[in-house]
Design a protein around this ligand. Sequence first.
Ligand code: FES
Length: 65
Amino acid sequence: MIICVCKRVSDKAIRERASQPACALRDLRRELCVGTQCGKCLPDALQILREQQPKKLRSAVSRVA
Ligand code: FES
C-alpha cells in the first residue's frame, strides 16, 4: 500500500527502513523523501516507525522523554 502518495513510497519500503537500528523519522524523510511534500503521510509513517521499533527501545525512550 502506498503511504506517501506524493513521493510514491509504500508501507513495505518504510517498514524495511524502519526495522533497521537507530532509524528515526528524519531518516525516512532524508532517505525515502516521505513527508517532504504535503506532509499528510507523516502520521502514518510515524506509526509504522513506532511499530517496527523493538519494545525494549520504546520503553527506554519513554523513560528518557
Ligand atoms: S503524501 Fe507524503 S508528502 Fe504528500
